[in-house]
Design a binder for this molecule. Structure first.
Ligand SMILES: [Zn+2]
Length: 216
């Protein structure tokens, strides 16, 4: 399901946030906006990860992983402005590897939660899903004026927009947990999101290896 490498979209699957983003030439105003978006993603990560741990929710765990990965991606992008291709590709490789590790961890967590412990509270999952929707909504409002920039600027916009949908999926999974009094909607949503991240990680790793080879 890997998308072809076309000029105006990142090659990563899923939320579309996986591709390393390079901001050479970005304006100070855009850098400020990006810093705010990093802060929003980091705060949402803390809230959603807290809920995931307390409730033992796979969907929230996967959602938290996305917020963490996005703040890391944007932070690396800001840091990497003006650095060599080799440094940027190396950072992307490291990020792809850690994303893969975390996705495997979420999958293992979902399997473990299928077998043990009390089912999570659907209302908590839905509330935190809506909180994530709000966080991504604010980020989207900040970014909307810059949505038609170059390929890299555009990928941040697309990724934030896709994460709005992901938050709704998490909120809906919570609703289904509540309706069916079953843990399975949470485990399925978490497992599917983790698989999507695994695929993103795979394409990041492949792309950065290619860039490192080209740079050598
Ligand atoms: Zn994302």
């Amino acid at each position: 399901m890997t998308e072809p490498l076309i000029s105006d979209r990142p090659p990563a699957a899923g939320c579309g946030c996986g591709a390393p983003v390079k901001f050479d030439g970005a304006s100070p105003a855009y850098r400020r906006i990006l810093l705010s978006v990093i802060a929003i993603n980091a705060a949402a990560f803390l809230a959603v990860a807290g809920g995931a741990v307390i409730q033992g929710s796979a969907a929230l765990g996967a959602n938290a992983l996305d917020f963490l990965a996005d703040s890391a991606t944007y932070a690396i992008s800001l840091w990497a402005i003006g650095k060599s291709v080799r440094v940027r590709s190396g950072a992307a490789l490291l990020k792809g590897a850690s994303l893969a590790l975390l996705a495997v961890f979420i999958l293992g967590f979902a399997v473990w939660r299928a077998l043990s412990g009390a089912p999570p509270e659907g209302a908590v999952i839905t509330s935190l899903g809506m909180l994530g929707f709000l966080a991504n909504g604010v980020a989207a409002l900040l970014l909307v004026r810059h949505r038609d920039g170059d390929a890299n600027v555009r990928s941040v916009w697309l990724c934030t927009r896709n994460d709005l949908i992901e938050s709704l999926v998490v909120a809906a999974a919570g609703g289904l947990v509540w309706l069916t009094a079953s843990r399975w909607p949470d485990l399925i949503a978490g497992g599917v999101l983790a698989l999507v991240f695994l695929q993103s990680a795979w394409s990041i790793i492949r792309q950065s290896q290619q860039e490192l080879r080209d740079a050598a």
